[in-house]
Design a protein around this ligand. Structure first.
Ligand SMILES: [Zn+2]
Length: 268
């Protein structure tokens, strides 16, 4: 489980495993502690959701103050519900804000200090990765489409091929995301997941009447372990964005009228 922290009016979450790493800064935001108004109140990190740009920038400033990083160090994933994993460097920083043309991918990896990787969620899963031996970090996003494409497993594979990471060394922490309690779907989602992973995914899908309840966290943890990550090195959030709408953004529970949260990680 990740733990709630408060600092400067901000409510955010951290994983004890990553917090124990002195060279790492990381956090998962909630919807509390920002300056956005109305249905975006208050910590919205999306520039394209109808918010005032100044409010979004101030929200980022507050997050960066807690992280102890500069706002221009942020390199955000574009998040297109696919499985591209990109390596970024210090040359990709300095473009934020305003929101730059983001790398067209759902997962980012770097070994450069001074780069703050960001992924975003409002029901979808995001995950932060750190290899303390090779000193490589990653941030990735997976909704059900990205899960079916095994984007987290592919992130581990790229850390291994490009940076010689041993999967057994990698620490992973999941953001809050929609739980099986609230992630009710038609048959398209289970068909995609079972089509991709057969019975390994079926164990995380429950049929209730004509609908299905899907445990995306369970499937993503299984995929990480499939890639060689140790179960004890994976921290799940223990929070459902659909159940805790006062604390987190939920796309489903708000009908899409919502802000977005961020998962951030940087090496210092
Ligand atoms: Zn729920």
């Amino acid at each position: 489980m990740i733990q709630e922290k408060r600092d400067g009016g901000l409510s955010y979450f951290t994983a004890a495993s990553l917090e124990g790493e002195k060279n790492i800064r990381h956090l998962f935001t909630s919807r509390r502690g920002g300056v956005s108004k109305g249905h975006l109140a208050s910590l919205n990190l999306g520039f394209s959701l109808g918010d005032d740009r100044e409010n979004v920038v101030e929200n980022y400033r507050r997050v960066c103050a807690v992280l102890g990083v500069g706002i221009d160090s942020i390199v955000p994933a574009k998040q297109v519900h696919k499985d591209a994993v990109r390596v970024v460097t210090i040359k990709d920083t300095g473009k934020f804000p305003p929101e730059p043309s983001r790398p067209d991918c759902d997962a980012l990896i770097t070994r450069d200090k001074g780069v703050t990787l960001a992924a975003f969620y409002a029901d979808c899963s995001t995950a932060l990765f750190y290899d303390p031996v090779r000193r490589v970090i990653a941030a990735a996003h997976a909704g059900w489409r990205g899960t079916a494409l095994a984007v987290y497993r592919k992130t581990v594979y790229k850390m291994r091929t490009d940076f010689l990471c041993s999967p057994g060394d990698i620490l992973v922490a999941f953001s809050p995301s929609i739980g099986p309690c609230c992630f009710e779907t038609d048959s398209d989602v289970p068909e995609a997941l079972v089509g991709a992973f057969a019975e390994k995914a079926a164990a995380f899908i429950e049929k209730r009447g004509n609908k299905y309840h899907v445990d995306l966290t369970g499937i993503n943890k299984m995929l990480l372990m499939d890639a060689g990550v140790s179960g004890e090195n994976i921290t799940v959030s223990g929070h459902c964005t659909g159940c805790e709408t006062d604390l987190f953004w939920s796309h489903r529970k708000t009908g899409g009228k919502r802000g977005v949260s961020g998962a951030f990680i940087a090496m210092v």
